[in-house]
Every structure is written in C-alpha cells, then in structure tokens.
Design a protein around this ligand. Sequence first.
Ligand code: BDR
Ligand code: CA
Length: 333
Amino acid sequence: MSPRPRKENIIAATPRPLYLDCDTGVDDAVALGYLLASPAVRLVGIGTVSGNLASAPAARNTLDLLALAGQPDVPVAIGAHDHLSHGFGGGAPHVHGANGIGDVELPRSTREPRDGHAVDLLLDLSHEFAGELEIVAIGPLTNLALALQADPTLTERIRSVTIMGGAGVAAGNITPVAEANIGNDPEAAADVFAADWDVTLVPLDVTMEHTLEEADRETLLAANAPFPRALGQILDHYFDFYEPTYGRRMCALHDPLAAALAVGDVTATRAPLVPITVDTSAGPGRGQTIADLRNQRLGDLHHDGHRTRFVREIDRPLGPHLVEVLTGMTSPS
Ligand code: BDR
Ligand code: CA
C-alpha cells in the first residue's frame, strides 16, 4: 500500500494574480471580502473608479476594508473621477448610502492610496504579471478604457477580464434598458468590448437571480471576524433598497457573482460567446448592452470570432457559498 502523502508534501497551487477595478459600494465590499478570502487568487492591486460614489472616497472605503480584513498591503490607486464623455453624476447614495458602504463608519486605516492613477497601476501590473494577470471589473469601465487608450498592447498581457455589467433580456436598473456600470460610461464599455481579449460578462440577467436573505445577514453579523460582521451592518441599507424589488428584505449579488466566477468557485453553465453592442447614442437606449441572444433556446450558440461570453446561468446558488466563505474569514492577528 502506498503511503498517505504527508501534509507538508501537499503543495498548494500558487494563487493567481488578480487586479480589481471597483467603485467600492456595498456589493463591491462583499466581492472584495470574497476575493480576499479566496486562496485561489491573490489581489495584487486595486483601482477605484467613480460609480456608486466618487473614485477618491471609493479608495478610502477600500483601504479601510483591507485594514479590517488584516490585509493592508494590497496597493490601492485612485482612478478616473469623470467618465469618458461626461462628468461624474453624483453616484447612488439611495442604493449604497452617502458614504458608499451603507453609512457604516469603519475604523479609518492609516494608509493612503498609492501615488499615481489606477491606470498606471494596472499597466504596471500587466507587465509584472504579463500573461497571467486577471482583471475583475465591478464598476464603470472608465479605467479599463483609459488603460486601453494609453497602451493598446495591454490586451496581450491580460489572461482574462470578468465584468459585472449589462442586461441582455433583463431590464436595466438605472434606465429601462441600462445597467449602472455600463450606463454610467457607455463609451468606455464599448471600447472594452471592442478590444481583443477574453471577457466574461456577468449581467443583471443572472446577478438578480442570486441573493442574500436576512438570515444570511444575521449569520454575517454573528461571525467571528470583524470583516464579515461589518458586511452584515453595511448590507442593512442595501436590503432596504431591494425590499420593494423582491418583496422582502434581501439583496442581489451583482459584484460577488463576478468575483466568484473569476475565482472559479462557481461555473457558468450557460455562457454563449456573442456579439455585444453598447448603445452610445443620446437616446432612450443609451447604455444598453445589446447582446445577440437569438437562437439560444436549445443551448449555447457561440458566434465565431467573438470573445465575450454572456453569463446566463451558473451551476449553484451563490448565496450559501458566499456566506460560507465570508464567515470563514479569520480575525487579523
Ligand atoms: C452594479 O452597479 C453598482 O451599483 C453595483 O456595485 C454593481 O457593480 C449593479 O448594477
Ligand atoms: Ca460595483
């Protein structure tokens, strides 16, 4: 009989380097916690962008959350304040609270954002981890579009891009047809979808179907570590916002679903490669993601030459998995 492997001989896979681009509101904070708690990936940099709130206070939230998680060394850079064709519109305090994190006051980290723009951080990391770096973008796509403008060869060094955004068959959430991340900067989104890289788009069609319940929030509030406990508080405001949508206190898991798909802990069971057009007109369709989902009834129909997969379904409910990962977080030593 062959000997059982000793524990020290089991070599864990090296965590994959990941850059997060975010507008740190409530569900971004949940996604951040999830990524920090996932051993398969290592956050090597975070850039912020205006969306739920302005990019500078989004960086402050990010630094405070990192400190709370006991992982203060992840570089954080402030990115675009304004969008490609227009100024920042003031964010979504009715959804995320005036400070972006449900009006919960976190202990303030002593760390400041690093000097330089988030675009520079992303470009630097793309060289440092050429061919390996994965991007998760859970805010408007302004920083990614600016990075592509500054250096179109960026696409050659990026392994994958996972984006929370858009709505295909589902209704929009900031207009009848536009989802917030795409609708806040449609020109940037159009540039990012036109670039030659592998994109996984995680739209409202699937994120609205994965939720946290009040019982999950209570589980987070009772967790051992300060990070999940803070998330339990931060989610309170977000639950208020979603109550009229779902008919009870609960919330959608937009950004956490993009994070979980990027990590690989959940798998897309329906995700056709399809052309995506972003409406950049000034009309009522502005910000709509027009995904060619015709003839998909019998299964995924992949369009030749297209590299954006549009996630329609995943293999299991995200909520219970998310709670398990977050409550497994440990207190900083
Ligand atoms: C997206 O918009 C933001 O409000 C959320 O953080 C999420 O990234 C959902 O439409
Ligand atoms: Ca977000």
